[in-house]
Design a protein around this ligand. Structure first.
Ligand code: PRP
Ligand code: ADE
Length: 202
């Protein structure tokens, strides 16, 4: 697989085939999307697809979730000409923070935090993360933004799995993702046909 190759037609979600399957076992997420960020056209198209549904929406600030959400979030902020707020896993920020406990796909209890000197009522925030599986992580980020009185303008991730938490997000917020309808069953089944190519050529 040439990870820098770009197909001539660049069909919607073409870059999703750059995502790599988990080869390390059940303690890890079932795939790693981050190889697509190495291809500049893939990253640009992914960010454009994430921002498409928000074209006519007012967004004041983009928030990205620690860690991989920083990459897409900061890219989206740059594309929009807006600032970027880091929502962090707890224990890193040396300033006053508000915390939120949550549970993610790993089943482990976690805490995330955000600084208290940026968010305020009236601020419209687009929250970006790499992936939404159970939705626990994104829900915690939403709670942090809303607890400080800001509003969630939308939620964006490469994929939103069809889980209870994923559906809750789609039912309650404006959202975007990059998965074409015909690929969604593969995402929900946690196995992409494109993994076959990874296996034979990597
Ligand atoms: O919907 P959920 O079940 O809550 O899972 C989604 C979260 O899990 C992944 O991050 P992870 O914590 O693995 O960390 P990383 O971003 O540092 O890779 C992903 O990027 C989301 O942040
Ligand atoms: N990065 C990721 N890839 C796939 N599934 C996930 N579930 C949570 N994070 C994920």
């Amino acid at each position: 697989m040439d990870i820098f190759a770009v197909p001539a037609d660049r069909q919607r979600g073409w870059y999703l085939s750059l995502m790599a399957p988990n080869t390390k076992g059940p303690e890890f997420a079932w795939l790693d999307p981050s190889r697509l960020y190495c291809n500049p056209q893939a990253l640009a198209d992914c960010v454009q697809d994430l921002l498409g549904p928000f074209q006519s929406d007012a967004i004041d600030l983009v928030a990205g979730i620690d860690a991989m959400g920083f990459i897409l979030g900061a890219s989206a902020a740059g594309a929009l000409g807006k600032g970027f707020l880091a929502i962090r896993k707890a224990g890193h920020l040396c300033v006053a923070t508000q915390n939120q406990n949550y549970c993610d796909y790993s089943g482990r209890e976690k805490t995330m935090e955000v600084r208290t000197d940026v968010l305020k009522p009236g601020l419209r925030v687009l929250i970006v993360d790499q992936w939404i599986e159970t939705g626990g992580t994104m829900r915690a980020a939403i709670q942090l933004v809303e607890k400080q009185g800001a509003s969630v303008a939308g939620v964006a991730a490469v994929a939103i799995e069809n889980t209870e938490g994923g559906r809750w997000i789609k039912d309650n917020y404006r959202f975007s993702h990059c998965v074409p309808q015909e690929l969604q069953p593969q995402v929900d089944g946690k196995r992409l046909d494109s993994f076959q190519t990874c296996k034979t050529t990597n």
